[in-house]
Write a protein that binds this ligand. Structure first.
Ligand code: 5GP
Length: 208
């Protein structure tokens, strides 16, 4: 059996990465998602072992010491990490493993696994991103502000990614990602669209 691929999906907070990844897992049984550990509190409706493994800072630090992570990073005040065992086992079993992680972790994984496919999910517009972040209703205004500021910082890392996809319609975005995994992607985005999103997000973050 041939080994599976490592596929990294990143994107600004609120872009709907989680929903897209869920769709991919439901539709394509050669794909699995890695469940991360985090020190952030569960959002309403989130479940232990499904969305994250929720850890205290002490537990997380112990996992770092025990070399349990493929990568980990701090994001807006909380720690997030990818447990190593599941990823290694699934790739050996021929599954394509999706990591839904932020940009610093992506760069670390890329160093260890240069063949990993790096995909950045974009919103249809910066306006749509802001609406989704606010509409989620689970975070305070201060957290939303910090996440928008972080999004502006993340625009600087977008050039490291191999592919960009837009999450307008979830099914279409999931299909684009599957096409990338299958080396069948020809939906390349316009440079000017990418440039505009970057500029608009930076402008938004200054106004919050
Ligand atoms: P959220 O709190 O919105 O679930 O996630 C915040 C950010 O952390 C998102 O960009 C998400 O992709 C990222 N993230 C989730 N799990 C991991 C992980 O294991 N490692 C890293 N580096 N980032 C992660």
């Amino acid at each position: 059996m041939s080994e599976g691929q490592l596929v990294i999906i990143s994107g600004f907070s609120g872009v709907g990465k989680g929903t897209v990844v869920k769709k991919i897992i439901e539709k394509y049984d050669d794909c699995v998602v890695s469940v991360s550990a985090t020190t952030r509190d569960p959002r309403p409706g989130e479940k232990e072992g499904v969305h994250y493994f929720y850890k205290t800072r002490e537990e997380f630090k112990q996992m770092i010491e025990d070399d349990k992570f493929l990568e980990y990073a701090e994001f807006v005040g909380n720690l997030y990490g990818t447990p190593k065992d599941f990823v290694e086992k699934s790739i050996e079993e021929g599954k394509n493993v999706i990591l839904e992680i932020e940009v610093q972790g992506t760069l670390k994984v890329k160093e260890e696994a240069p063949d990993a496919k790096l995909i950045f999910v974009l919103p249809p517009s910066a306006e749509a991103l802001k609406d989704r972040l606010v509409g989620r209703g689970s975070e305070s205004t201060e957290v939303i502000r910090q996440r928008l500021l972080r999004a502006a910082e993340e625009t600087e890392f977008m050039d490291y990614y191999d592919y960009y996809v837009v999450n307008g319609v979830v099914e279409d975005c999931a299909k684009d990602i599957k096409d990338i995994i299958d080396d069948n992607f020809n939906n390349k985005l316009d440079e000017s669209f990418i440039k505009k999103i970057k500029e608009d997000i930076k402008a938004f973050s200054k106004g919050v």
